[in-house]
Design a protein around this ligand. Structure first.
Ligand code: BGC
Length: 409
């Protein structure tokens, strides 16, 4: 996407909203659900308010569909102005190939090192001491979202953790509900697996496997218990036939399903539908068993461009994304947490407050995207989809998973 030189030329005669920049940037991302679209609109609004123009390049189908498209455009010489990735290893090869703009000067001018919290968010943007992405939020996948209506219909209390959730399934089924809503895409089953791992095995085991990469622990009894719990999840989700994650959220929202394991972006859907946290729905970080959250993140990367006007606009957008006003407006709609502590979150709802408490308590993990290569993540996604769609024994899935991890050592 080229900037409109024409627009620049006309700038003198056409009234521009404020600072008077006038560069078009195409921004690609995979935020297409109702809540996501509402959140991304805040970013566009803020960018346009400076006179530049956000050209929205939403790609439907989720991150696994969008990322290969984004990558092939960048490597194929058709770079967009900016693009979302989950920061960590997803864009590492592009950075290493010299295809991404170095944002270190923006980061220094804006004091990102002092402001971004936790520091791991900026570290995941840093390669050889240089900063290549602007983090915009903290997203954590380890949440169980429950429908208060489904439980009221079944005449039983809303569970307070995963074990109670599993135990409540027969009564939910008797009331005609699907216990667990789960979309068909591979990443969704892999996300459920990751959330169940932290909840059931706990933080130490998670770290030994994913950070220290101890393959004996990976093959051991604690992870066997996790695979058994994932087997439970498979039974509970047997009647869930939807595809996209937000369709699964919708089953919870309408009370057709009891719950969904999904990242905190699900909150955006409840909000757009006017549902109230604590009244209409309940959220359990760490599935109510271990209130740890992994500090995954959406970040924007800016593919290199040989046009200095575009580069200047890219840097304006990078600075804007981290600014306090944009952080508040965007994250309140997105359901995620801001990447800086010095912003006013008076309007946070119950679930966001729970996330903020976990964050303040420092009970944090890096995400799998930061610790394993995209290749290992993909192999595990394929394994999980196969597991959820077949009668594969938990023990067999466990053994295959250990092999997948070993391929990434
Ligand atoms: C992103 C979220 C997004 C979710 C579902 C995740 O990879 O980090 O921002 O809402 O995918 O689209």
């Amino acid at each position: 996407m080229k900037n409109l030189k024409l627009v620049t030329a006309l700038a003198a005669s056409v009234a521009l909203p404020s600072a008077g920049f006038a560069t078009e940037l195409e921004v690609t991302h995979w935020w297409t659900s109702g809540g996501e679209a509402a959140a991304v609109a805040e970013l566009a609004k803020a960018f346009d308010a400076g006179g530049d123009k956000w050209v929205d390049g939403a790609i439907a189908g989720g991150g696994s569909t969008a990322r290969p498209i984004m990558i092939s455009r960048i490597t194929g010489g058709d770079p967009m102005g900016a693009t979302q990735f989950n920061h960590g290893q997803q864009a590492l090869e592009l950075v290493e190939a010299g295809l991404m703009l170095d944002l270190t000067d923006v980061a220094e001018a804006e004091g990102w090192k002092e402001k971004v919290f936790p520091p791991s968010l900026l570290e995941a943007c840093t390669v050889d001491g240089r900063i290549y992405c602007a983090p915009v939020n903290i997203h954590s996948p380890e949440w169980l979202w429950l429908s208060n209506k489904a439980y009221a219909d079944a005449g039983i209390p809303v569970p307070t953790n995963w074990n109670e959730f599993v135990a409540s399934a027969p009564q939910l089924e008797a009331a005609g509900k699907i216990p667990l809503a789960l979309g068909n895409q591979a990443w969704q089953s892999n996300l459920a697996f990751g959330a169940i791992t932290v909840a059931v095995a706990g933080l130490d085991i998670w770290k030994q496997v994913n950070v220290e990469k101890n393959m004996d622990v990976a093959a051991g009894p604690e992870m066997a218990a996790v695979f058994a719990a994932v087997g439970d999840a498979r039974k509970l989700a047997a009647k869930s036939t939807v595809q996209d994650w937000n369709q699964a959220t919708n089953l919870v929202l309408t009370g057709e399903a009891g719950g969904q394991i999904m990242g905190d972006w699900a909150q955006g859907e409840f909000q757009v539908a006017g549902k109230v946290a604590g009244t209409d729905y309940t959220c359990l970080p760490g599935l109510g068993l271990n209130a740890y959250l992994s500090t995954g993140c959406d970040a924007f990367y800016f593919p290199k461009n040989d046009d200095p006007e575009i580069e200047a606009a890219q840097k304006r957008l990078a600075a804007l994304l981290v600014s306090p006003e944009v952080q508040v407006a965007f994250n309140l709609k997105k359901g995620s947490l801001p990447i800086r502590g010095d912003v006013d979150l008076a309007a946070a709802n119950d679930c966001m407050k729970k996330g903020l408490e976990v964050l303040a308590g420092g009970n944090l993990l890096p995400t799998g995207d930061m610790t394993w290569s995209p290749d290992v993540v993909k192999q595990n996604e394929d394994l999980m989809v196969e597991f959820f769609k077949s009668d594969m024994a938990p023990e067999a899935a466990h053994a295959q998973w250990v092999e997948n991890l070993k391929s990434g050592l």
